[in-house]
Design a binder for this molecule. Structure first.
Ligand SMILES: C[S@@+](CC[C@H](N)C(=O)[O-])C[C@H]1O[C@@H](n2cnc3c(N)ncnc32)[C@H](O)[C@@H]1O
Length: 187
């Protein structure tokens, strides 16, 4: 892919408004590509990668036939690296934007798919779901992919969401995929 997305970085600051940011670490390319294959992508899709780090998952999504990928990252230093990776990525098919902001505060209006690889704790997960609830048209399709879902309990607070996939890989990595419930089932 011609990108440099390796390594792990420990940040003492930038824990976010809810003070629960996890440090940067990335996962294997095969893990990300297999996870992406769990969902069907369309040319209109706008994917938000929450806690995009150096942009590995962003780059994988951008090689698909979708409209756009937005990487949200709280660390300015990681954003700069992700932007370089976006520029040099080989085989890019979709536009890429990298936003240096807290996922709890981001404008998710355009998003149709949200991808998280355990980037932050319970409070920010809740803030993200509240943000989507407030700003997304819940009659339109929306998919949330949550890998290593430590705080999947928070999703139970949002009755408009349902699990469509709960998958545990041989490596032990669990991935949950959520959809908006069809209107008839909303209670
Ligand atoms: C496990 S890494 C994600 C790896 C990345 N998805 C990839 O493809 O390599 C978690 C990232 O989330 C970021 N992060 C944590 N809390 C955040 C928040 N509230 N808003 C935005 N980014 C956050 C961290 O700085 C870190 O880079």
């Amino acid at each position: 892919m011609n990108v440099n997305t390796r390594g792990s970085v420990y940040f003492k600051k930038s824990r976010g408004i809810h003070h629960d940011a996890f440090d940067f670490e990335t996962s294997a390319h095969t893990t990300i590509s297999k996870t992406i294959r769990l969902v069907r992508l369309f040319s209109y899709d706008v994917v938000f990668v929450l806690g995009c780090g150096k942009g590995r998952a962003v780059c994988h999504f951008a090689r698909q036939h979708i409209r756009k990928v937005v990487g949200i990252e709280i660390s300015e230093e990681l954003c700069q690296i992700a932007r370089v990776n976006a520029k040099v990525l080989r085989g890019r098919k979709a536009d890429i934007e990298i936003w240096n902001t807290d996922a709890a505060l981001a404008d998710f209006n355009e998003g149709t798919i949200f991808f998280m690889f355990n980037p932050f704790g319970e409070q920010t997960v809740r803030a993200v779901l509240q943000n989507i609830e407030k700003n997304h048209d819940l009659t339109k399709p929306l998919t949330i992919i949550y890998a290593r879902p430590l705080y999947s309990n928070v999703f139970n607070e949002f009755p408009w969401l349902e699990v469509i996939y709960d998958y545990e890989r041989v490596s032990g990595l669990r991935v949950m995929v959520y959809h908006i419930k069809v209107k008839a089932n909303l209670s």
